[in-house]
Design a protein around this ligand. Structure first.
Ligand SMILES: Cc1cc2nc3c(=O)[nH]c(=O)nc-3n(C[C@H](O)[C@H](O)[C@H](O)COP(=O)(O)OP(=O)(O)OC[C@H]3O[C@@H](n4cnc5c(N)ncnc54)[C@H](O)[C@@H]3O)c2cc1C
Length: 479
């Protein structure tokens, strides 16, 4: 053994399976101290009075940490939990409990990188080593067919090169028995939502899934989506759905916190192809996971630019900063039912479909011309599956300040509603005040006659707003 005692610092990798840092510590050290730090900088209000981490995501995180502790206990160890800055807490723990090294996974964006750097500086002075591991993507960074600084800007090029020249590594086995030092370390209580000034979200019975955080629930979701309900074989046809648990995998929340590993999903797709069926749908699940990789490598390549108004292009800042308009969007009160239904789903459950995200994002940036970063910030707060690279990358993309310059990212909301919610069931589900309007008419209440409005119990400007913009007028993106 190279070390007597190593700290494994868990971050967005809250699992035991396919965990490179934990596995290496298990191989190289006699004893392991697993630690998780709730960083107060991730909580509290940011610009526009928005919570940095909203209650859905915070609850999911707390559940995930709790499940990690249970699984570590099953493996013979435990999880030390602290509230505070990791770059201060970890050096203190390492000194107090004589750990010789700290192992952790590498992140890519500014806030996370600066914590890693400060930690490295703090422990280096004390003679404690740090060792970082790449483990958030399906393709390992070292296996890319180009240096990460040369990541192709166009997704299709990125995907084709990875598919042709790289292989997904085998996932790493779970450590069997972990030796945890018996030296009376205070374990620390897992905080509650109120610790961060957050309220318990009301149980959203209307949500697509009862999302429960943790490795066990993540693996169970895969089990039910792939194996019990056999949904993988039709994923490509259903993935643009809006209602119900099974139109898409809903893996995103577990992926975001690392409760499930993308390589494990990749292997399970392969197993499904061998044991059940191989078709376009099974491939498409991998295709979507490549999007996730792409945004992570693009974020690593461009650094802070992904948070800046001009994105990775040099567009001038001609975005509107109108808080009143923004609030109507955020509250699902734009008077455009397809946008409002999606925003109300997000606010009530912490989740929104991919189709919904594209439409509401396009509406905010293209129809209202509002600063795209406000939308990204709002999603960061509300989404249960918030992932820094996927979120800011997708927002840049829709806002036209991102990568794929060939595509026009303007979404014609009515056309989209016609394609994906023709009978209006999704809008009817989320906007009860419009529920009496039959069929597609529900998407355009302002086109109804006074008599019809009365008949359906709608008062425009009263119980449902007038539309903020006239739809279908603008066909082109702002760029
Ligand atoms: C404006 C905007 C913001 C977004 N913010 C996030 C975010 O914060 N976190 C997040 O995980 N996804 C984000 N997405 C991507 C996508 O909407 C979600 O990953 C997807 O809806 C999650 O549902 P699912 O797990 O059922 O997806 P599935 O359709 O089942 O896809 C499987 C997995 O592939 C990955 N994936 C699919 N589409 C994308 C995509 N466009 N970009 C990156 N990865 C993708 C996800 O990890 C997903 O879990 C965003 C998209 C848009 C347009």
């Amino acid at each position: 053994m190279k070390y007597n005692r190593v700290i494994v610092w868990f971050k967005n990798d809250l699992r035991l399976h396919d965990h490179a840092a934990l596995f290496s510590a298990w191989k190289e050290s006699s004893e392991i101290i697993p630690v998780y730090c709730f960083d107060p900088r991730q909580f509290g209000k940011v610009d526009l009075g928005i919570e940095k981490t909203g209650h859905f995501r915070a609850k999911f995180l707390i559940e995930s940490v709790d499940n990690l502790r249970k699984n570590l206990i099953k493996a013979g160890a435990n999880l030390i939990v602290r509230i505070g800055k990791p770059e201060e807490l970890l050096p203190e723990l390492a000194v107090e409990f004589q750990a010789e090294a700290i192992f952790f996974s590498e992140e890519v964006t500014q806030e996370e990188k600066s914590v890693e750097k400060n930690l490295e500086n703090a422990v280096w002075k004390k003679g404690i080593e740090t060792k970082t591991f790449w483990q958030s993507t399906m393709f390992h960074m070292e296996d890319l067919p180009f240096p990460v600084s040369q990541t192709p800007e166009i997704f299709t090029q990125f995907r084709k090169e990875c598919e042709k020249f790289s292989q997904v590594r085998k996932s790493i086995e779970k450590p069997r028995k972990i030796k945890f030092p018996e030296i009376g370390i205070e374990l620390g209580k897992i905080p509650e939502l109120s610790t961060f000034g957050l309220s318990e979200p009301s149980v959203a019975k209307k949500g697509v899934l009862p999302f429960v955080g943790g490795e066990d629930a993540g693996i169970q979701r895969l089990q039910s989506y792939f194996w019990e309900n056999d949904c993988l074989k039709t994923y490509k046809e259903t993935r643009n759905g809006l209602l119900g648990p099974d139109y898409s995998s809903k893996f995103s929340a577990w992926l975001a916190l690392g409760c499930i590993s993308p390589r494990f999903i990749y292997e399970e797709v392969g197993r499904y192809e061998n044991e059940r069926k191989k078709n376009d749908s099974t491939y498409w699940m991998i295709f979507e996971l490549i999007w996730r990789d792409y945004f992570r490598f693009i974020s690593k390549k461009h650094g802070n630019k992904i948070f800046q108004i001009q994105g990775i292009k040099d567009n001038v800042d001609n975005w509107r900063k109108d808080e009143k308009l923004f609030r109507k969007w955020a509250d699902g009160m734009t008077g455009i039912p397809f946008v409002d239904a999606n925003m109300r789903e997000l606010n009530a459950t912490g989740f929104m479909s991919n189709r919904g995200r594209q439409n509401v994002a396009s509406f905010l940036v293209n129809d209202l011309g509002i600063d795209w970063r406000w939308g990204a910030m709002y999603f960061e707060s509300q989404l249960i599956d918030y992932d820094v690279c996927s979120n800011w990358g997708n927002w840049m993309y829709v806002a036209g300040v991102g990568n794929d310059l060939r595509e026009n990212r303007y979404f014609n909301i009515l056309k989209q509603a016609n394609n994906y919610d023709k009978k209006g069931d999704f809008v009817r589900y989320w906007i009860t005040e419009l529920s009496k309007i039959p069929g597609f008419d529900i998407h355009q209440p302002s086109d109804l006659s006074t008599k019809e409005l009365k008949q359906f119990g709608i008062a425009l400007g009263g119980n449902y707003p007038f539309p903020m913009v006239k739809l279908g007028v603008k066909e082109k993106s702002r760029y």
